[in-house]
Design a protein around this ligand. Structure first.
Ligand code: CA
Length: 227
Protein backbone atom coordinates (compact mmCIF):
# COMPACT_ATOMS: atom_id res chain seq x y z
CA UNK A 1 0.00 0.00 0.00
CA UNK A 2 1.61 3.17 -1.15
CA UNK A 3 1.17 6.91 -1.08
CA UNK A 4 0.60 7.55 -4.79
CA UNK A 5 0.68 10.93 -6.47
CA UNK A 6 -1.24 10.89 -9.72
CA UNK A 7 -0.58 13.75 -12.14
CA UNK A 8 -3.05 13.48 -15.00
CA UNK A 9 -4.94 16.27 -16.72
CA UNK A 10 -7.71 14.14 -18.23
CA UNK A 11 -10.36 14.34 -15.55
CA UNK A 12 -12.09 11.15 -16.61
CA UNK A 13 -8.90 9.08 -16.51
CA UNK A 14 -7.73 10.79 -13.33
CA UNK A 15 -10.93 10.09 -11.40
CA UNK A 16 -11.17 6.51 -12.60
CA UNK A 17 -7.51 5.75 -11.72
CA UNK A 18 -7.80 7.44 -8.36
CA UNK A 19 -10.87 5.46 -7.34
CA UNK A 20 -9.51 2.14 -8.50
CA UNK A 21 -6.08 2.64 -6.93
CA UNK A 22 -7.81 3.62 -3.69
CA UNK A 23 -9.92 0.47 -3.85
CA UNK A 24 -6.66 -1.49 -4.17
CA UNK A 25 -5.63 0.08 -0.87
CA UNK A 26 -3.39 2.93 -1.98
CA UNK A 27 -3.56 6.42 -0.63
CA UNK A 28 -3.94 8.56 -3.75
CA UNK A 29 -3.54 12.27 -4.31
CA UNK A 30 -4.68 13.21 -7.79
CA UNK A 31 -3.96 16.52 -9.51
CA UNK A 32 -4.46 17.84 -13.01
CA UNK A 33 -1.32 19.90 -13.57
CA UNK A 34 2.44 19.52 -13.33
CA UNK A 35 2.68 22.58 -11.10
CA UNK A 36 0.31 21.17 -8.50
CA UNK A 37 1.99 17.78 -8.76
CA UNK A 38 5.48 19.15 -8.26
CA UNK A 39 4.47 21.13 -5.19
CA UNK A 40 3.02 17.98 -3.59
CA UNK A 41 5.95 15.77 -4.64
CA UNK A 42 8.46 18.20 -3.16
CA UNK A 43 6.84 17.81 0.27
CA UNK A 44 8.44 14.36 0.33
CA UNK A 45 5.50 12.27 1.59
CA UNK A 46 4.93 10.58 -1.77
CA UNK A 47 6.07 6.97 -2.31
CA UNK A 48 5.59 6.94 -6.05
CA UNK A 49 4.45 9.32 -8.78
CA UNK A 50 2.32 8.42 -11.79
CA UNK A 51 3.03 11.12 -14.33
CA UNK A 52 1.11 11.79 -17.51
CA UNK A 53 3.48 13.11 -20.17
CA UNK A 54 0.91 15.29 -21.92
CA UNK A 55 0.11 18.01 -19.40
CA UNK A 56 -1.32 21.47 -20.04
CA UNK A 57 1.10 23.64 -18.07
CA UNK A 58 4.54 22.04 -18.22
CA UNK A 59 5.61 19.34 -20.64
CA UNK A 60 5.69 16.00 -18.82
CA UNK A 61 9.35 15.33 -19.66
CA UNK A 62 10.28 18.75 -18.33
CA UNK A 63 8.24 18.11 -15.18
CA UNK A 64 10.02 14.79 -14.80
CA UNK A 65 13.41 16.47 -14.96
CA UNK A 66 12.34 19.07 -12.40
CA UNK A 67 11.10 16.33 -10.10
CA UNK A 68 14.27 14.30 -10.53
CA UNK A 69 16.42 17.30 -9.72
CA UNK A 70 14.69 17.66 -6.36
CA UNK A 71 13.61 14.24 -5.00
CA UNK A 72 14.35 10.51 -5.34
CA UNK A 73 10.68 9.49 -5.46
CA UNK A 74 10.20 6.81 -8.14
CA UNK A 75 8.19 7.86 -11.17
CA UNK A 76 6.09 5.75 -13.50
CA UNK A 77 5.30 7.63 -16.67
CA UNK A 78 1.86 7.18 -18.21
CA UNK A 79 1.79 8.19 -21.80
CA UNK A 80 -0.51 8.12 -24.77
CA UNK A 81 2.51 8.60 -26.95
CA UNK A 82 3.19 5.03 -27.80
CA UNK A 83 6.22 6.00 -29.86
CA UNK A 84 9.45 4.57 -28.62
CA UNK A 85 11.31 7.87 -28.68
CA UNK A 86 9.30 9.58 -25.95
CA UNK A 87 9.44 6.47 -23.78
CA UNK A 88 13.21 6.35 -24.15
CA UNK A 89 13.43 10.07 -23.38
CA UNK A 90 11.32 9.58 -20.26
CA UNK A 91 13.50 6.71 -19.05
CA UNK A 92 16.62 8.74 -19.82
CA UNK A 93 15.13 11.62 -17.86
CA UNK A 94 14.82 9.46 -14.78
CA UNK A 95 11.50 7.62 -15.06
CA UNK A 96 11.60 4.23 -13.34
CA UNK A 97 9.03 2.61 -15.61
CA UNK A 98 6.26 3.50 -18.01
CA UNK A 99 2.79 2.43 -19.03
CA UNK A 100 1.25 3.17 -22.40
CA UNK A 101 -2.36 4.31 -22.53
CA UNK A 102 -4.79 2.72 -22.55
CA UNK A 103 -3.74 0.52 -19.66
CA UNK A 104 -5.72 -1.32 -17.02
CA UNK A 105 -5.45 -0.23 -13.41
CA UNK A 106 -4.33 -3.76 -12.53
CA UNK A 107 -1.46 -3.37 -14.99
CA UNK A 108 -0.53 0.01 -13.51
CA UNK A 109 -0.77 -1.40 -9.99
CA UNK A 110 1.57 -4.27 -10.92
CA UNK A 111 4.09 -1.79 -12.35
CA UNK A 112 3.85 0.40 -9.24
CA UNK A 113 4.45 -2.58 -6.97
CA UNK A 114 7.43 -3.73 -9.05
CA UNK A 115 9.02 -0.27 -8.97
CA UNK A 116 8.40 0.09 -5.23
CA UNK A 117 10.01 -3.31 -4.59
CA UNK A 118 13.09 -2.27 -6.55
CA UNK A 119 13.42 1.03 -4.73
CA UNK A 120 13.18 -0.22 -1.14
CA UNK A 121 16.04 1.54 0.63
CA UNK A 122 19.01 -0.76 1.00
CA UNK A 123 19.53 -2.15 4.45
CA UNK A 124 22.79 -1.50 6.26
CA UNK A 125 25.40 -4.20 5.83
CA UNK A 126 24.87 -7.15 8.12
CA UNK A 127 27.53 -7.43 10.82
CA UNK A 128 30.47 -9.66 10.03
CA UNK A 129 30.42 -12.75 12.23
CA UNK A 130 33.39 -15.03 12.82
CA UNK A 131 33.02 -17.40 15.76
CA UNK A 132 31.98 -15.22 18.70
CA UNK A 133 33.19 -12.06 16.99
CA UNK A 134 30.65 -9.57 15.64
CA UNK A 135 31.87 -6.59 13.66
CA UNK A 136 29.43 -3.91 12.64
CA UNK A 137 31.10 -1.87 9.92
CA UNK A 138 28.30 0.70 9.73
CA UNK A 139 28.22 1.26 13.48
CA UNK A 140 32.00 0.94 13.83
CA UNK A 141 31.60 -1.41 16.78
CA UNK A 142 32.86 -4.88 17.55
CA UNK A 143 32.03 -7.42 20.20
CA UNK A 144 33.40 -10.75 21.33
CA UNK A 145 31.03 -13.30 22.85
CA UNK A 146 28.55 -10.49 23.45
CA UNK A 147 30.98 -8.13 25.16
CA UNK A 148 31.73 -4.87 23.38
CA UNK A 149 35.42 -4.52 22.50
CA UNK A 150 37.06 -1.19 23.26
CA UNK A 151 39.17 -0.68 20.17
CA UNK A 152 41.22 2.22 18.94
CA UNK A 153 40.47 3.23 15.33
CA UNK A 154 43.45 1.40 13.80
CA UNK A 155 42.71 -1.70 15.85
CA UNK A 156 39.15 -1.64 14.59
CA UNK A 157 40.29 -1.22 10.98
CA UNK A 158 42.75 -4.06 11.38
CA UNK A 159 40.17 -6.37 12.93
CA UNK A 160 37.54 -5.43 10.36
CA UNK A 161 39.88 -6.11 7.45
CA UNK A 162 41.04 -9.45 8.83
CA UNK A 163 37.49 -10.52 9.66
CA UNK A 164 36.20 -9.49 6.23
CA UNK A 165 38.83 -11.83 4.78
CA UNK A 166 38.54 -14.48 7.50
CA UNK A 167 40.46 -17.64 6.71
CA UNK A 168 42.84 -15.95 4.27
CA UNK A 169 46.50 -15.37 5.14
CA UNK A 170 47.08 -11.61 4.89
CA UNK A 171 50.60 -10.26 4.50
CA UNK A 172 51.87 -7.31 6.52
CA UNK A 173 52.43 -5.49 3.24
CA UNK A 174 48.73 -5.78 2.51
CA UNK A 175 47.81 -4.58 6.01
CA UNK A 176 50.20 -1.65 5.70
CA UNK A 177 48.63 -0.67 2.43
CA UNK A 178 44.99 -1.18 3.45
CA UNK A 179 44.92 -0.18 7.12
CA UNK A 180 47.65 2.46 7.04
CA UNK A 181 47.41 3.50 3.35
CA UNK A 182 51.18 2.93 3.14
CA UNK A 183 51.77 5.96 5.31
CA UNK A 184 55.36 7.04 5.64
CA UNK A 185 57.18 5.42 8.53
CA UNK A 186 54.82 2.48 8.94
CA UNK A 187 56.92 -0.67 9.21
CA UNK A 188 56.27 -4.34 9.86
CA UNK A 189 57.06 -3.51 13.46
CA UNK A 190 54.10 -1.09 13.59
CA UNK A 191 51.83 -3.81 12.24
CA UNK A 192 53.21 -6.31 14.76
CA UNK A 193 52.60 -3.92 17.64
CA UNK A 194 49.01 -3.31 16.58
CA UNK A 195 48.45 -7.03 16.14
CA UNK A 196 49.71 -7.68 19.64
CA UNK A 197 47.38 -4.97 21.01
CA UNK A 198 44.52 -6.51 19.09
CA UNK A 199 45.38 -9.95 20.51
CA UNK A 200 45.23 -8.53 23.99
CA UNK A 201 41.82 -7.00 23.25
CA UNK A 202 40.65 -10.40 22.11
CA UNK A 203 42.04 -12.01 25.24
CA UNK A 204 44.65 -14.12 23.49
CA UNK A 205 48.40 -14.18 22.81
CA UNK A 206 50.69 -15.11 19.94
CA UNK A 207 51.74 -18.17 21.94
CA UNK A 208 48.13 -19.25 22.51
CA UNK A 209 46.18 -17.93 19.55
CA UNK A 210 42.44 -18.32 19.16
CA UNK A 211 41.36 -15.95 16.39
CA UNK A 212 44.62 -14.42 15.16
CA UNK A 213 47.14 -16.86 13.71
CA UNK A 214 50.47 -15.50 12.52
CA UNK A 215 53.00 -17.29 10.39
CA UNK A 216 56.42 -15.72 10.60
CA UNK A 217 57.46 -14.10 7.32
CA UNK A 218 54.08 -14.81 5.71
CA UNK A 219 51.37 -12.90 7.52
CA UNK A 220 48.36 -13.33 9.73
CA UNK A 221 44.90 -14.76 9.35
CA UNK A 222 41.76 -14.52 11.41
CA UNK A 223 39.78 -17.73 11.90
CA UNK A 224 37.01 -18.90 14.19
CA UNK A 225 38.54 -20.86 17.06
CA UNK A 226 37.88 -24.60 17.14
CA UNK A 227 35.42 -26.01 19.65
CA1 CA B 1 -2.80 14.26 -20.76
Amino acid sequence: MAHVLLIEDDEHIRTALQHTLQRLGHHVEAVGSATEGLSIALQGATDIVVLDLGLPDIDGLQALKMLRAAVDTPVVVATARDDEASTVRALNSGADDYVVKPFSVEHLDARLSAVLRRTVPSLPDAPIAVGGLRIDLDGHTASLDGTVLELRPKEFSLLAYLATHAGRMISKDELRSVVWSNSYGITDKTVDVHLSWLRRRLGESAAEPRYLHSVRGVGVKLVAPGP
